[in-house]
Write a protein that binds this ligand. Structure first.
Ligand code: NAD
Length: 252
């Protein structure tokens, strides 16, 4: 049986983050779920997790989330940086405010949360930082400049945290999924269907799975299963790595 740990998970109202919270609770870990969306509170309650409402584009809110975890549970052993958004627009028209929001949420917040949990992990000589990146941390697609830049940056943060954390018992790894069945993707399917005047099934098959060898979307539980492994004692030798769950996308 796994050792019970204290985990802080961001972006837990739906999708991958919600699945990670459920998985951690099943393993007996204590969890602080952090999200700006009120609905995440109900989800956290249902899973038996604590909840902290925070807009993670705000640096003070990031620090507040970690302070809350330490106040409630006395430490943080596992940090899962998962909260994310998408905005699709060519570079020429990309709104500066959207760029800043995406970089703040998906790169600066993971940095500030890593910084804030570090003393607790160092003191305990044990820590796991798991960054939910994307296949778009490895390759680009048009129209997603901010998302792709933030995700590529997150791999750099992951590698640096791995180097600094190694001697202190802290590992850092990234997970790079292709399209996962979550509200983030369901909204994109609907948008693309409208944009290209296609039906949703064709959007999935012809656009989202165009580069996939395995022709299906990914389930959130397939990602949370890998999070659970990377958070375990068994993964102590794994650090600085990026794990693709990308249906074979980057094999070509
Ligand atoms: P989702 O939309 O279901 O969940 C994202 C969560 O982030 C939501 O709970 C939302 O409330 C929260 N969030 C958004 N802005 C926030 C803010 N400012 N402060 C706090 N919380 C905020 O999306 P998902 O698909 O589960 O995505 C989770 C992560 O996985 C993201 O980082 C995303 O980039 C990444 N990812 C998703 C896919 C995919 O296909 N779904 C693929 C690769 C990577």
């Amino acid at each position: 049986t796994p050792v019970p740990r204290v985990a802080l998970v961001t972006g837990t109202a739906s999708g991958i983050g919600e699945a990670v919270v459920r998985q951690f609770r099943e393993l007996g870990h204590q969890v602080l779920a952090v999200d700006f969306n009120e609905q995440a509170k109900e989800k956290a309650d249902a899973a038996g997790a604590a909840f902290y409402q925070a807009d993670l584009t705000d640096g003070e809110a990031c620090k507040g989330a970690v302070a809350e975890a330490i106040k409630r549970f006395g430490r943080v052993d596992i940090l899962v940086n998962n909260a994310g958004i998408q905005h699709v627009s060519p570079i020429e028209d990309f709104p500066e405010a959207k760029w800043r929001q995406i970089v703040d949420l998906m790169l600066t917040a993971p940095f500030l949360l890593t910084q804030a949990v570090w003393p607790s992990m160092r003191q305990n000589g044990w820590g796991r930082i798991i960054n939910i990146a994307s296949v778009h941390a490895q390759v680009a697609s048009p129209g997603k400049s901010a998302y792709i830049s933030a995700k590529h940056g997150l791999i750099g943060l992951t590698k640096t945290a791995a180097l600094e954390g190694g001697p202190q018992g802290i590992t850092a790894n990234a997970i790079c999924p292709a399209y996962v069945k979550t509200p983030l993707v369901e909204n994109q399917i609907a948008d693309q269907a409208r944009l290209h005047n296609m039906d949703e099934q064709d959007v999935v098959e012809q656009i989202m799975l165009k580069n996939a060898a395995v022709k299906r979307l990914i389930d959130p539980e397939e990602v949370s299963g890998l999070v659970a492994y990377l958070a375990s004692d068994a993964a102590g030798a794994v650090s600085g790595s990026s794990w693709n769950i990308d249906l074979g996308w980057t094999a070509q």
